[in-house]
Design a protein around this ligand. Structure first.
Ligand code: UD1
Ligand code: CA
Length: 468
């Protein structure tokens, strides 16, 4: 049985923020959510989060998170007296627990689930009382140093000494403590109450227990990036780059083309397939799904959207919407609020679609706004067509049939229905429903007064016909 304690009580002073450190976003998730993600595949019996600084905020932001179908348990550490003191807070809630306790820092967001799983199996295979993740860093400054006996097949831990408590010679040890541990709870809980704070920071260090638990083993991680702790915004952005690199590499191996990965960002939950092309300066966010042959970008943002096969989205924004197969969007179009296009549509320059459904092969090519509208198949919405859908209080629907054409600068005052095969004259303001097959023109007639300019001016001002 595995219980987890996530240490998340600290303020994170170096973030220089009103927000507690563990709630800072790293892409689409907070730091602490990413730590919880690293528990994937582990059969967690109980998951306790030690909160302190802005405890209520952390609690409320994690209220809906479950692990193995169970809610998180929050334990308050009212004063932050050190990592050992933080783990002491779970003594009471875990007093009847038997099994292993996994301790994770709330600010270590890059840990892969496979790394935790293999640490757990090493722990079990060695029947260890304590197992910790370590890494050998070229610059170990700031981390606790792990001193081991390397003579056996395993790294037997002797003790951990915090950087600030190390002698200059001890600082040459480059094996560092990642702050990720697995303890046999019966052994840890027996000695945890006896920690002392006799050290440079006068804190109760969790690391002190490693000198007392036997056997204790260290497991070096292969990829030291995984154990990066985030203390400031520079490290936050470096961690983001690592996550992005992992995501983009994953999709490139699946068969997605991303020629300029440095200018592209892709959220964790995005789903791509082989033969999607992501052009530069493009951002894929939320629960976006893109089908084969689609070309997204350059310069597009696609969020919570479904993009059909062979569609193109050029310099455009698509949010909470669906682009049908072989539809071309952009440049400079904006689909939002559940806009849905059919197959082979064309959504062109400076067009906004909101909560609008288009049938197949319907074009809205320039300078139009369609909101709360339904348009059939093979219709053509002329340049500058606007659905006047909002009367200042309520939104109203526009319904347009198949093969209907609106002239340039048409205003369709909703609620309104245009049938099939309707033609709307340019510049019309349509306020009444139009039946199938009709031509509708609703604008003032053109009036011509021949010779008007000459008559309206005194004869002395007649132009000479020559420029001066
Ligand atoms: C700790 C380790 C160090 C290790 C490093 C890895 C100790 C004494 N040192 O140092 O060996 O190399 O992590 O990143 O454990 N926290 C609480 N309550 C407290 C203090 C801390 O919840 O009273 C939480 C913090 O919010 C943070 C985590 O524990 O999530 C680690 O605390 P931090 O102060 O950052 O420890 P380090 O000095 O980094
Ligand atoms: Ca620290």
């Amino acid at each position: 049985m595995v219980a987890v304690a996530i240490l998340a009580a600290g303020k994170g002073t170096r973030m220089k923020s009103d927000l507690p450190k563990v709630l800072h976003s790293l892409g689409s998730k907070t730091l602490v959510e990413r730590v919880l993600d690293s528990l994937d595949g582990i059969n967690v019996e109980r998951c306790l989060v030690v909160v302190g600084h802005q405890a209520d905020l952390v609690r409320s932001r994690l209220a809906d998170v479950t692990i193995n179908g169970k809610s998180l348990e929050f334990v308050e550490q009212t004063e932050q007296l050190g990592t050992g003191h933080a783990v002491q807070q779970v003594l009471e809630p875990l007093k009847d627990f038997e099994g292993d306790l996994l301790v994770l820092n709330g600010d270590v967001p890059l840990l892969r689930p496979s790394t935790l799983q293999s640490m757990l199996s090493s722990h079990r295979d060695a029947a260890s009382a304590a197992t910790l993740l370590t890494a050998q860093l070229s610059d170990p400054t700031g981390y606790g140093r792990v001193f081991c006996d390397e003579s056996g097949d395993q790294l037997a831990v002797q003790e951990i000494i915090e950087h600030r408590d190390c002698s200059p010679e001890q600082r040459n040890n480059n094996r560092i403590n990642a702050g990720i541990y697995c303890f046999r709870w019966a052994d840890l809980s027996a000695i945890l109450p006896n920690l002392s704070n006799d050290n440079d920071q006068q804190e109760y260090y969790l690391t002190d227990v490693l000198a007392q638990l036997r056997p204790a083993i260290a497991v070096d991680v292969e990829d030291p990036q995984e154990i990066w702790g985030i203390n400031d915004r520079v490290q936050l952005s470096a961690a983001y780059q690592v996550l992005q690199q992992r995501i983009k590499e994953k999709w490139m191996r699946v068969g997605v083309t991303i020629l300029d990965p440095a200018s592209v960002t892709i959220d964790d939950a995005v789903e791509l397939v082989a033969d999607v092309v992501i052009e530069p300066q493009t951002h894929l966010r939320g629960a976006t799904k893109i089908a084969a042959g689609a070309i997204i970008g350059p310069g597009s943002t696609v969020e919570n959207a479904v993009i059909g096969a062979d569609a193109k989205v050029l310099h455009s924004v698509v949010m909470d919407s669906e682009v049908g197969p072989s539809t071309r969007v952009g440049p400079f179009a904006h689909l939002r609020g559940n806009a849905v296009t059919g197959e082979g549509c064309r959504i062109g320059n400076f067009v906004e679609l909101k909560k609008t459904t288009l049938g197949d092969r319907t074009n809205v090519s320039h300078l139009s706004y369609l909101g709360d509208a339904t348009v059939g198949n093979r219709s053509n919405i002329g340049a500058g067509t606007i659905t006047a859908n909002y009367d200042g209080v309520n939104k109203h629907k526009t319904v347009i049939g198949d093969r209907t054409k609106t002239g340039s600068n048409s205003v369709l005052v909703a609620p309104i229905t245009l049938g099939d095969d309707v033609t709307v004259g340019a510049g019309s303001t349509i306020t009444k429903n139009v039946q199938d097959d009709a031509l509708v023109v609703a604008r003032s007639r053109q009036m011509i007064k021949p010779g008007w300019r000459l008559k309206s001016r005194p004869s002395t001002e007649k132009p000479s016909g020559k420029s001066q």
